[in-house]
Design a binder for this molecule. Structure first.
Ligand code: SAM
Length: 286
């Protein structure tokens, strides 16, 4: 399979390469995506699984490299995504299972892996509308939590995630895995705490901050009259004073038992489904 056109003007010629050597420089480069530094430099990330790759392409994400196992060769869906990748100027690699295991660091890897260009939404372009819900996460540290929150936000019909301060990377393999594909559906923006505070003042939103010392029961809050931003605190430290002070309401989820607090992803899920309760129904899957 070959193609002389490149939609992106980089002059690269799409092609299928067969790779079996673990020391192949392209494979080394892909393996290096396990490091954040390399992901940042190349603005790339890896997603595993044929369905995810198909969904990502449907949603317009730019694929840089498609990698599939020899055993997947000739399967119609694999051939289709390979053709799409080539048509978009990407590289297609047919590799041994051993190479796939090394790339994904798994014993039983998925047959198909895509390397995509990272995408961030700019905070200043976020103009929430009535009926929309965003989740802002203060310094979220745990990749599993972030991935679960992205997935849950997608399921609740939220419109995006805002990462505030130094956070874990939404494009790490662990986070992407935990999103179960929702990384391609949920826009993600980044901001410093100062920029977030500035933005929230001008965006016409209601910021509902969650806090273990919150005085307001989260079930009594009005989530209907403005677009809502649910603000969640860091796993260890909770929400800092400056962010808590600026919020329209400090909400608490009542607890019983001996646990000091809820897990961040669980608390975010509870808040999201309460904030969007009036918009969700079994009949309408938006
Ligand atoms: N030691 C931290 C503290 O004192 O805030 C615990 C943080 S908790 C693990 C992580 C975040 O989940 C909190 O900052 C808050 O946003 C949310 N959270 C957890 N349990 C909550 C509850 N019962 N009510 C409101 N928010 C909660």
């Amino acid at each position: 399979m070959s193609n002389d056109r490149s939609e992106h003007g980089a002059g690269r010629v799409g092609q299928v390469k067969e790779v079996t050597s673990l020391t192949n420089p392209i494979i080394k480069d892909i393996r290096a995506l396990a490091q954040k530094k390399h992901r940042d430099e190349t603005r790339s990330f890896m997603a595993e699984g044929l369905k995810l790759v198909i969904d990502a392409l449907d949603l317009g994400w730019k694929i840089k490299t498609l990698i599939y196992a020899k055993a997947a060769k000739g399967k119609p869906h694999v051939e289709q995504v390979a053709a799409k990748t080539v048509a978009k100027g990407g590289l297609v690699l047919e590799v041994s299972e051993k190479v796939l295991s090394t790339i994904t660091r798994r014993d039983n890897p998925q047959m198909v892996v895509g390397i995509f260009e990272q995408r961030y939404q700019s905070l200043k372009d976020l103009r929430p509308e009535l009926g929309q819900t965003y989740v802002a996460l203060d310094r979220v540290r745990d990749p599993g939590n972030l991935g679960t929150i992205i997935r849950t936000a997608d399921a609740a019909g939220a419109s995006g995630i805002i990462l505030v301060g130094e956070t874990t990377d939404p494009f790490s393999l662990e986070t992407v895995r935990a999103t179960m594909g929702s990384v391609f559906a949920m826009p993600v923006a980044r901001a410093s705490a100062e920029d977030f505070i500035r933005w929230q003042k001008s965006a016409g939103v209601k910021v509902v901050a969650t806090h273990l010392a919150g005085a307001v029961d989260y079930r009594t809050i009005d989530y209907k009259s403005k677009p809502v931003v649910i603000l969640m605190g860091n796993e260890q430290a909770g929400l800092p004073e400056d962010l808590a002070r600026e919020a329209g309401a400090l909400a608490r989820i009542p607890q019983a038992g001996r646990a000091d607090s809820l897990n961040l992803a669980i608390a975010t899920g509870i808040m999201l489904f309460e904030a969007r309760r009036h918009l969700l129904s079994l009949d309408a899957r938006a």
